[in-house]
Design a protein around this ligand. Sequence first.
Ligand code: GCU
Length: 409
Amino acid sequence: PKDTIFRYLASKANYEEENIPNYDLPNPLIMKNGSTINTLKQWNQKRRPELLRLFETEMFGKAPKHPKDMHFKILTEDKNALGGIATRKEVSVYLTKSDKHYFTVLIYIPNKRSGAVPLFFGLNFKGNHTISLDPGISYPTPEKQKEFLWKRLPPRGIAAARWPIEMLMENGYALATIYRGDIDPDFDDAFKNGVHPLFYKKGQHHPANDEWGTIAAWAWAMSCAMNYFETDKDINTSQVAVFGHSRHGKAALWAGATDQRFAMIISNCSGCGGAALSRRAIGETIQAINQQFPHWFCRNFRKYNSKENTLPFDQHELIALLAPRPVYIASATEDQWADPKGEFLSGVHATPVYEFIFGAKGLDAKEMPPSDTPLQDGSIAYHIRSGRHDITQYDWKQYVKFADKWFRK
Ligand code: GCU
């Protein structure tokens, strides 16, 4: 049935540039009240908080503060993983005083290192044990498996093609990941499972209209995990790149916007609700995303179904919230559902904030580059890879190159 909704929505979607409605993008450097932002101080004290609040209350939903009882435990550690090239750790992040509510972070650290290393950090779709055939990765506990409502256990290593761990180790990068279902399962369960109920007020049974959906919960958990990384002396926490493919790309962008400790943000095919401009209403639209994934955003976001022009922001301003940090936006030629051009344009229209406020080069292009021709000169990088909606070796090669440029100067 899920597939049926998708096919229905995808068949109804517009894919033609000439059918895009007329639109004016909001200017990231103009406040809601019409005043212009000229200085770094105005940006930091006025416009950035205003935009952040708008995205929070109208789109992703407000998340709670980090729990005061949050604590960590290293569950397993193997200094001789992957034939000796890496140290593998599994760390639980407990959200309450007891050891009952937690999610597990899987971490690989290159053994060839001197001092703390930079980190790539992102969510996975099917379980930590699916990112590699490494037999040392724990399966989720039987209680967890029950919580995830898995019909069957996804096979070990099934997603390995998307996770070039060896390549990252060779290049001196650590890798960390969390199974997103360990934070909040990815289906509409009226927020009965996952982290939301832990934070309800007395008598509350559902997040309020402006409170966190599932994507905000994923981003929030990544920010909680950052608190653990700060205690891990092998990780250079001033060089953490938060990344994500597709729905996890949306989460990575929001994590970067809400937690400025993330030093680099990578959006791989994040599409609607991610890097793609909503006002273009091409491919997946706000209405389509709210229909298929009613749990992803807060309820307020539904006000904008088929009313993109009334949004008080657009997705280029989500990119602007990342400034001046380096951002990589990537698309794929066959991924029209995610609107590659809209992803590119949000980099272009975030650029004035990088340039005028921070004196940094943003995305220095007016036209989309040809496929497989990365633009990596500025703080906002972009490429469109030939092929389908996926994260591939090619994409990873670009991300490492970009990270090298910023982290190894
Ligand atoms: C669906 C959804 C997209 C999402 C994608 C993914 O196609 O409509 O918004 O990005 O799944 O996560 O792979």
